[in-house]
Design a protein. Structure first.
Length: 561
């Protein structure tokens, strides 16, 4: 019994000890849990404080976002301005590069390097070498025939017989016989022009009754009371109008020929002759141009010696109006559209001009239809080719149009209904491709760069540029009127300016008569020499008889050979 009770007590003691140990562990664990709980409470308080701070920050986010958006908008605006400045600088640089290349060609390049002539482009494309050789042979034959018509003087070159002796038989040269006509050598020599003083003796007869005298008529005079003949005055006018020689150069030439002619005398002869003799012819030519259905026009500046209110030299303009083989000029003090309106206002037909707005008053539904100039379009794309190589595509398309015109000329159908049919069949599709190309290229280039300007010019003038597809009479370009102004450009280079508007108009009248002579293949010197002495006595109602296209040259005396 005792052993069993002892064992039970020991078991309880051991169990109690275990429980106490576990309780101690629990108390230790509880302490740890309390410490952890305190830490968690501290962390919670920290999180709560952090959460409160985050809530405060979240409350301020809209204002910060607004400020951030404002800064972003400002940066975007600055970027837009910088891009605009970059594009503007690129445009300016492109324009400056184009102008620089044009100036370099103008100053340093050959005249032909400015832009290749369309005739040469067409010949290159057609490779019509055989035709070119035929044309060259024809020109050489014409030159030979022209030389044969020159006055011929035979000059004998005899052999000095006394100095000759036969090396075989010793016979003296005095016994030599003439063999055939001898050896012939041709020399083309220039004989300087000369003056001669003509003394006209007018016979006077008296009736035996002593009451009546009769005197033979004197020589015809161009200027009343003048002492210069029609040949001299014609030479003066042709040198001025065709060769653009200023009077001071002619004064030197006449001095070298042995006769002094003062510039003041030449100026007086010029004005008097043009005003009294040539102005009526020029006005009539201008009237005939006005009546034409198709007119080509252009203008160029010409300085005037008079001063503007600002103190600068004045500037006038010379206008040209061409119809068929009639070439007329007008001078005006300004470039306003009043001049073409005065010349062509109230007339119907087609006017071939560039894009200058001064012709707008003349080109209207009630007046003339405006036709454009493809040569101007070609010139703009040629200038843009340096900075934009793709401009060559436009130049190739324009050459294709001129190839069609070349084929019409070779076939002999120019200005006929068949020519118009050929244009509609061949040229119309080319123009359609050209416009599609222009539209596709328009957004790829700066509007104010050389290429952008060329594209804009072509599209803005597309309707006038396509007028040649509606009439076989309308040319593709305005080159004839530009060529007619070259003599004015040469005069401007040699003489710099005209004295006043009166001088400018007299010059225009002279150019009208001389250019029309040239257009009809007439020697202007022979023409003026013939008509100047008799134009003032000619009836005004029959003035058309004296126009260059109706002039009949007087018979020439047979030349001594």
């Amino acid at each position: 019994m005792n052993d069993g009770s002892t064992n039970g007590i020991d078991a309880l003691i051991e169990e109690n000890r275990i429980l106490r140990a576990e309780n101690a562990e629990l108390r230790l664990l509880n302490g740890e849990l309390r410490a952890e709980n305190a830490e968690l409470k501290e962390m919670f308080r920290a999180l709560a404080a952090e959460f409160s701070g985050l809530k405060a920050q979240v409350a301020t986010l809209p204002e910060e976002a607004k400020r951030q958006k404002q800064r972003a908008d400002a940066a975007e605006e600055m970027l837009r301005v910088l891009r605009a400045e970059r594009d503007e600088q690129a445009r300016v640089m492109a324009a400056m590069n184009g102008e620089l290349e044009a100036l370099k060609r103008q100053v340093f390049g050959k005249r032909s390097e400015k832009m290749p002539a369309m005739a040469r482009e067409v010949r290159t494309r057609t490779r019509d070498c055989a035709q070119a050789r035929l044309d060259a042979a024809r020109r050489r034959a014409e030159n030979r025939e022209a030389r044969k018509r020159l006055e011929t003087r035979r000059i004998e070159h005899p052999v000095d017989r006394s100095a000759q002796r036969c090396p075989k038989c010793g016979t003296s040269g005095t016994e030599f016989k003439t063999v055939g006509t001898g050896q012939q050598t041709e020399i083309w020599e220039y004989i300087p022009a000369r003056f001669e003083r003509q003394v006209h003796l007018q016979e006077t007869l008296a009736c035996p009754c002593g009451e009546h005298l009769v005197t033979a008529p004197g020589p015809a005079r161009v200027v009343d009371g003048g002492s210069y003949g029609p040949g001299f005055i014609s030479h003066l006018l042709v040198s001025k109008g065709c060769d653009s020689l200023p009077f001071y150069r002619m004064e030197r030439q006449f001095m070298r020929l042995g006769i002094p002619v003062a510039r003041a005398t030449m100026v007086r002869l010029f004005h008097t002759t043009v005003e009294t003799c040539l102005a009526p012819l020029a006005r009539r030519i201008l009237e005939l141009v006005r009546e034409s259905d198709l007119v080509l026009a252009d203008e160029t500046p010409m300085g005037m010696q008079r001063k503007e209110p600002t103190g600068k030299a004045g500037k006038g303009y010379v206008w040209t109006f061409i119809a068929k083989n009639l070439v007329a000029y007008r001078f005006s003090a300004t470039r306003s559209g009043e001049t073409p309106k005065e010349v062509l206002g109230g007339t119907a037909g087609t006017l071939v001009v560039d894009a200058y707005t001064g012709y707008n008053k003349t080109c209207s539904p009630e007046s003339r239809t405006r036709a454009g100039c493809l040569a101007h379009v070609r010139r703009k794309f040629f200038d843009a080719k340096t900075s934009a190589p793709e401009a060559q595509a436009a130049l190739d398309l324009i050459v294709e149009l001129y190839l069609v015109e070349h084929e019409a000329q070779e076939a002999g159908i120019t200005r006929t209904p068949t020519h118009l049919a050929l244009r509609k069949e061949r040229s119309a599709p080319i123009m359609a491709r050209f416009k599609a190309w222009l539209v596709a290229q328009q957004g790829r280039h700066l509007p104010k760069g050389p290429m952008g300007k060329a594209i804009t010019y072509a599209l803005d003038n597309w309707e006038p540029l396509t007028q040649f597809l509606l009439s076989e009479q309308t040319p593709l370009d305005n080159n004839r009127s530009e060529a007619a102004l070259r003599v004015v450009a040469l005069y401007r280079k040699n003489s710099l300016f005209v004295g006043n508007e009166e001088f400018g108009q007299n010059l225009a009248d002279l150019l009208t008569v001389l250019a029309t002579c040239t257009a009809h293949g007439i020697n202007p010197l022979a023409y003026l020499t013939d008509i100047l002495p008799r134009i003032q006595a000619h009836p005004a109602s029959r003035i058309d008889e004296l126009l260059p296209q109706n002039w009949i040259p007087p018979p020439q005396p047979a030349k001594q050979v």
